[in-house]
Design a protein around this ligand. Structure first.
Ligand code: ATP
Ligand code: MG
Ligand code: MG
Ligand code: MG
Length: 574
């Protein structure tokens, strides 16, 4: 490709609205241009990089046995209503009515494809013999992000590689999860991206287990803690939204009277403070909701209205209504109290806002009484690790230097960019969309699912955010738009043209993708641009060097150039 015939609008200055390196560099290097907030055009250089990243993703996904396909971005809204995600996504879900003949059709632009793919499989999988199966696509996703910013790191329209797996057993799901987890490691390594897999919160996708792949970067929006010694790493978000999620067995009246608390006035903060001997500031709000009609007490730190979607997702419920009781926890020291409505037996869901969950008061079952000193393990249980430990380590307020939750080593805190996310979904979507298979005993079972996403544009943006120097981008061969740039010195010089054409022939024949800067520009301008756009190898042909029978090779990531005889140039490059 001749530079003069390409479309590479480089900029000398940083655009004033670009705050972070990746945004500045991708604009300056002529990789992208903004259409409006959250929407970018990929110019030829940026798009070539994206295509190379996609090719790596395809190779690694194909190697896992996953099958590539392509699903529509345009989706019927009722699928999202059936899974409860219309509400869970809220304003993020782009949806609208269109007219068809004489009726309205309500559509959404897919933010991911769990609904579409589960609906598809519900029609085509009928027997355990068809399982396991994994499908994937690379496709545009739409999300009305609250604050699209930082260039292409967070946009309203972006490319995602999303994969979905279907299983007849949890073991089979784990096997595929591991396989794709390892494929993700290879994908990021091949792209030259430094990454850290961390334990993650599942977010609106839902499900039981999940890991994110984070590119450590100062401007990353996520915060992660990790311990070099024990290899422990987690997203702080996970700690905030439910690392400790408990499902309490409703307690009965068997506790001795001495363990009952007398609350004269349920709902009065003052009364509770007197009762618990604490200040109002030590109390945390607990609200009772009806999740799919079932009463659930939820411990809350923030405003419940802002958190409703989060709570509903955490509970895996389709509908969530406020019940009439509001109660309070004391958090500074035990006991942590829950004053519930009389006689209510309800599920208790604590999130990680409680540093210690025991002993707790988890529900009243007689007029003006509440049960006190409910004991963890006896009256309710929390999720445990594989080693049988309670997962109660509070990462939310973790600081660098804190001990690792695994006992040895200390925690480090870094910012990260989420480039990938894998989830064990379980049966969340198959149950709500009625996607079943017949097991060996010919009994209908819901499909067990996993899903796996990678932000394709975000890989490039994360690379631009972390791989640059004062002169511009420094990209590896695997994802740079071109592997080699030939910068000519002098235009319309037959001696230069001859060497360039010969080298082009040899390199192209060997499959090297080549950009030839044939512009009528000073060498200094050409070198600056070649550096800015991040091409790994620069070959300078012309001037004094060529008169001496030499060309100059300069690797972008190395400080020194070297001189090679013209005849050996192709050999030295290949
Ligand atoms: P984030 O926390 O950054 O909002 P997410 O957790 O909402 O991301 P997922 O639903 O897990 O995103 O989607 C899978 C992947 O898609 C993410 O790991 C990320 O790489 C990419 N991605 C998500 N949202 C965006 C976006 N707005 N712009 C670009 N890439 C995105
Ligand atoms: Mg998001
Ligand atoms: Mg996230
Ligand atoms: Mg995510």
């Amino acid at each position: 490709m001749r530079w003069s015939q390409s479309f590479i609008p480089t900029l000398k200055e940083n655009p004033s609205d670009a705050e972070i390196p990746s945004h500045q560099l991708m604009l300056r290097a002529g990789y992208v241009r903004q259409l409006m907030a959250g929407a970018y055009t990929y110019l030829p250089l940026g798009w070539r990089s994206i295509r190379k990243i996609e090719a790596i993703i395809r190779e690694e996904m194909d190697a896992t046995g996953a099958l590539e396909m392509f699903m529509p971005a345009l989706q019927p809204i009722d699928l999202f209503e059936r899974t409860g995600r219309k509400e869970a996504f809220g304003n993020v879900l782009i949806n609208f009515n269109i007219r068809r003949q004489n009726h309205q059709v309500h559509l959404a632009l897919g933010p991911t494809h769990e609904e579409v793919v589960t609906d598809l499989m519900s029609r085509h999988i009928s027997s355990y013999r068809q399982l396991p199966m994994t499908v994937y696509q690379i496709q545009t996703k739409f999300r009305n992000e609250e604050r699209p910013r930082f260039g292409v790191l967070r946009t309203s329209e972006f490319l995602m590689k999303d994969a979905y797996s279907f299983h007849s057993s949890v073991e089979s799901l784990s096997e595929t999860y591991q396989k794709i987890y390892r494929a993700y490691c290879r994908i990021f390594a091949r792209c030259g991206l430094e990454y850290l897999p961390v334990e993650a919160e599942s977010g609106p996708i839902g499900g039981d287990a999940s890991h994110e792949f984070m590119a450590p970067a100062a401007n990353g929006e996520d915060q992660i803690v990790f311990c070099r010694k024990t290899r422990y790493a987690a997203n702080l978000e996970r700690a905030e939204t439910g690392r400790v999620r408990s499902q309490v067995k409703p307690v009965d009246t068997a506790l001795p009277a001495s363990e009952k608390l007398h609350t004269p006035n349920v709902g009065s903060i003052d009364a509770l403070c007197r009762l618990l001997n604490c200040q109002p500031t030590q109390l945390i709000k607990t609200l009772i909701f009806l999740a799919d009609g079932e009463p659930v007490a939820v411990l809350l730190r923030g405003d419940h209205e802002a958190n409703e979607g989060k709570i509903r997702r955490a509970l895996g419920a389709k509908t969530l209504e406020m019940a009439d009781a509001a109660t309070v926890f004391k958090v500074s020291s035990a006991p942590i109290g829950f004053a519930g409505p009389v006689g209510l037996k309800c599920r208790f869901v604590a999130d990680h806002d409680i540093p210690q969950v025991v002993p707790a008061v988890v529900g009243a079952n007689a007029e003006d009484y509440h049960l006190a000193n409910v004991v963890l393990g006896r009256d309710f249980d929390l999720p445990r690790t594989a080693e049988g430990e309670y997962e109660t380590f509070d990462l939310r307020n973790a600081a660098a230097g804190d001990p690792s939750p695994r006992g040895e080593g200390t925690l480090e805190l870094v910012h990260g960019i989420e480039v990938g996310h894998v989830f064990k979904l379980g049966t969340k979507y198959s149950v709500s969309l009625n996607a079943t298979y017949d097991d060996e005993a010919a009994t209908r079972q819901p499909l067990i699912m996993g899903c796996y996403g990678i932000g394709v544009n975000r890989i490039l943006a994360s690379m631009a955010e972390t791989k640059f120097d004062d002169n511009g981008l420094v990209l590896p061969l695997s994802i740079a738009p071109y592997s080699v740039v030939i910068s000519t010195i002098g235009v319309n010089d037959p001696a230069v043209d001859e060497v360039v054409n010969q080298l082009e022939k040899e390199l192209t024949a060997a499959g090297v993708d080549l950009l030839i800067d044939d512009r009528d520009q000073r060498p200094g301008v050409k070198f600056k641009d070649a550096d800015l756009i991040g091409i790994p190898l620069r070959v300078v042909i012309g001037g004094k060097g060529l008169k001496e029978g030499q060309v100059e090779l300069k690797w972008r990531h190395l400080p020194e150039a070297s001189k090679i005889p013209v005849a050996g140039a192709a050999g030295a490059i290949l």
